[in-house]
Design a binder for this molecule. Sequence first.
Ligand SMILES: Nc1ncnc2c1ncn2[C@@H]1O[C@H](COP(=O)(O)OP(=O)(O)O)[C@@H](O)[C@H]1O
Ligand SMILES: [Mg+2]
Length: 260
Amino acid sequence: MADVPSPPSPPIIVTENLTKVYASGQVKVAALRGVSIEVERGEFLAIVGPSGSGKSTLFYLLGGLTRATHGKLIIDGVDFASLNDAERTRLRKQRIGFVFQRFNLLPTLTAMGNIEIAYAVSGRKETMDRSFLDHLTELLSIRGRLEHRPAELSGGEQQRVAIARALIARPAIVLADEPTGNLDSNNSDAVLAMLLKLNRDLGQTTLMITHNPEAAAIADRILHLRDGEIVGQERGPRALPSAPGFGSSASVAEPPSAAD
Ligand SMILES: Nc1ncnc2c1ncn2[C@@H]1O[C@H](COP(=O)(O)OP(=O)(O)O)[C@@H](O)[C@H]1O
Ligand SMILES: [Mg+2]
């Protein structure tokens, strides 16, 4: 029999016509107006858009932190609509690591305490892999800072601890919302380089949301969000050969010009 190439593995994240309407009293705000995306396993995807375009709303939906008004969300083959709240929480803890703009470390715990509690929350049965912890903290250059509390760390160090916390339980997906939003440019560059290196080394899927096109430029693929809709996509300069390029998503236009 001739060699048959193995079929490509299905996308790890699929959304179909994802819609979110916030209703406060009489006023309704359509924050997302039908977002359909596919994210390949191992891909580093950036979603870039201006303030108010719906980035955080998409982050909360993809992370299972809120429910969509309409549309479909499938993570690792599991349709979120089929899950009850407890199942949704379990899926989130096991498969997704979160990185936030404001780091969100617990202030009373040391850096190490923050990483350990994240591991405990993940519900993994096996004990924390110390050699993996060493690898992670070495790569993030925080090995000497693990006994410090967040207030004793710089912003860049806090974000690197937050990345270690997000990755310690080896989630399949890392979601980052404006991870460099509170950092100066040196720290921002360092954090981006580390996110990319970890994505490559560990093979997890990374989805970074940002308003900053320069930060987005490190990604394999960049989607442009405007007024709650995906209006374009482009491939990043360092795209993996296996990452999907133009045309992988049927109805996506060219990226908007800088004048938009
Ligand atoms: N809880 C909420 N209630 C009402 N409107 C909201 C809420 N959260 C966000 N919005 C609105 O939805 C839109 C998208 O917000 P958001 O997702 O935070 O955008 P971004 O992160 O790109 O700045 C904005 O118009 C915002 O005012
Ligand atoms: Mg936001």
